[in-house]
Design a protein around this ligand. Sequence first.
Ligand code: SF4
Length: 411
Amino acid sequence: MKPSINTTLPITHCCPACGLLCDDLVLNSTYPLSIKNACTKSISFFERAFTGKAATSSVAGKPTDLNSAIQAAANILNKANHPLFAGLGTEVQGMRAIMRLAEKTSATLDHMHSEGTVRNTLAMQNSGWQTTTLTEIKNRADVILAIGTDIVSSYPRFFEKLVLNTNTLFNRPKPEVIYLGLAEEAAKLPEIMSALNALMNAKNPLNKKPDTDLIGGVTIASLKLILAKLKAAQYGVVVWSASALKFPQAELTVQSITQLIAKLNETNRVAGLPLNSGDGDSSVNNTSTWLSGYPTRNRFVNGHPEYDAYHFSTKLQLMNCDALLWVSTFNAYLPPDCEAPTIVIGHPDMQFKKQPDVFIPVGIPGVDHIGTMFRMDSSVAMPLKKLHETELPSLSDVVNRIVSQIEAKLS
Ligand code: SF4
């Protein structure tokens, strides 16, 4: 793909490479790209978007024109009775089009990062939660407890934007940051979270154990100190990443975290911040919820939405589906192996080991076309700008044309 930016002036830009959606990037007009305020993750996102290999549509591995590829995709979906739409790495407009196609084809929908999202959803559905926004953290947080995550691996500028930033509303001092159970120790978190909840109860026998005793590798004294800091905080924040909790029934640990937050709120102000996993997961799940009443792991049956957080997973549906539509527009993630006919619509730099039945390269949101994304706290929807001209259609263009082909066949 020939790199080119149409504007000759640097422009401020919103970065879609992680859920923070930093809107202070400044891109210059010449190539190689020079990006101000970028992190390594955003640099690699934009570099790949501008320098990736040129891609054309293909059917059965043979290059073809866009119209033929769209017709081939529509033919596959017309024949399918229970297709699976997975990956779903897209933004709001792309997901709106996908939902329309799913309704026409009775497809099951699942985002590539649902495994983590579902852990949060189950905890929230069961007992509710109290969460906060990035703006509140920047302006008010004085204690931040990060559970099972270092935060920066997935959100490289989190500390720069929210912890070290002195441009705040209330001149708050730099918050204290406490890490508890980093990713490699995540399996011990159920025990640690249960202990923290127990220690919140003054009459619990755990309070009488020696402070030197270890629970999940952490001394009782350390757990008591964490609780004391959260109890003394003016605005405490508990951060977790459900995608890092890779052990059975991890939703119960999320629930332990939300229970602790609820208990702390009886006497002072503490809020949660569940980190998302990217690839448009917040945008996709919000769009799905307002259009169908459910986040992904949903489907339409005769136009009626259904939701099943377990049975509608990609892993299980791959065994039963009779067509797979894989969507990944931000990153060149490849589809999972599937026996059924496979359509891939996504990033133009995808390098397949096994050619799908249909491949349609599309533009990258926030690079090749405009779009809208929800920030990871779901409180703000950010506009994405188009950076350069491209021949590539957007995902929503392609999906709407597949819908038209299917409607024409039905009429
Ligand atoms: S922290 Fe995230 S949104 Fe901000 S520049 Fe880096 S990748 Fe982009």
